[in-house]
Design a protein around this ligand. Sequence first.
Ligand code: AMP
Length: 397
Amino acid sequence: MNILVINAGSSSIKYQVINMDDESVIAKGQIERIGIPGSKLTHKPGSGEPFVLETDMPDHVAGMQHLLAALTDEKHGVVKSLDDIHAVGHRVLHGGSKFSASVVIDDAVKQAIEEYIPLGPLHNPANLMGIKACEKVMPGTPQVAVFDTAFHQTMPPKAFMYALPYECYTDLKIRRYGFHGTSHRYVSKRVADFLGVPASALKTVTCHLGNGSSISAVDGGKCVDTSMGLTPLEGVPMGTRSGNLDPAIIQFIMQRTGKSIDEVNNMLNKESGLLGLTGVTSDMRDVTAAANDGNERAQLAIDMLVYAIKKYIGGYAAAMNGLDCLVFTAGIGENMAHIRRRVCADMDFLGIKLDEAKNEHRGGDFVISADDSKVKVVVIETNEELAIARETLDLVK
Ligand code: AMP
């Protein structure tokens, strides 16, 4: 059985076709920089040369069209027709209070995903576009939604509640939901297997650092806290999202600029973070290049991100009364040694000691802490696609 996994993010679509008989990846690829200059599809068939397409992709629909064409292409495709894809598993950002597990998609599920757009304004629309595009070109193929919020359902009330009037929780369902749950679940389990220790014995902080970033505290395999909240806006500064701020800032901006609440919301979600601070880019590779060229605002953006990550690690170590393991994952976490180095600097009081040479390694899963570091610091390639494919298979078989 072949499963197509679609992971549509705010500026990217990652995909894999997985043969679930042996969990082998028969094709994978990604579209980067959707909606920003330099859009690019990189399609890697299981065997054969990678196919790279650099063309303008203004939105996710355009991206999906190029992706499906690549999968069925005579030269670099991997299936004869889309009939050879037996099910599609979609990463879906926000399951609100309706979904604490994955589900087969029907009209009611799509409607619910649409209802939650206010809670996930960057992702739920992209997820829905992916679902609708797939339904259009492969009608009858079962589709499954795997929600980013599910792993965080084990958080205790003291972690998921906000100190608002209680009715905000009971009537409006305002609470911390958390996101990137499929990734946090996967890497926290994988790091335990990698270290040969049962997950139940580890206090772990998982840092998912990508275009969107979140940090979770995982105690004994269960999520006990996470940095994102009601929406993916809370937490550390991200590509275009502000992360934490004083809520009074919103009214202050509105009063001083005359902007509407929607305009301010758009500002916080789409014009802030690395993009807002640097004024030029949301992509950490470009921010790094600018900082290396002496751009002070780019350097400030990096300093702020590193500082915010450090504070979460310290806070979660305190919350769990200890820390055994620190995991870096996703685009920045897996690929950017300079960010990991700076996050781990001056953290010896917590038992974190980096091995500079190991930290420069690239690719796969690897330990980057020194042999005598009390806390194991590990880079784990997140594999949300495999986790989503397994859940999809469970529901459709
Ligand atoms: P993600 O959302 O996980 O795809 O991560 C995207 C972020 O990771 C962007 O800020 C990229 O600049 C950064 N990044 C750094 N190195 C890489 C890489 N080799 N591939 C993809 N993203 C990267």
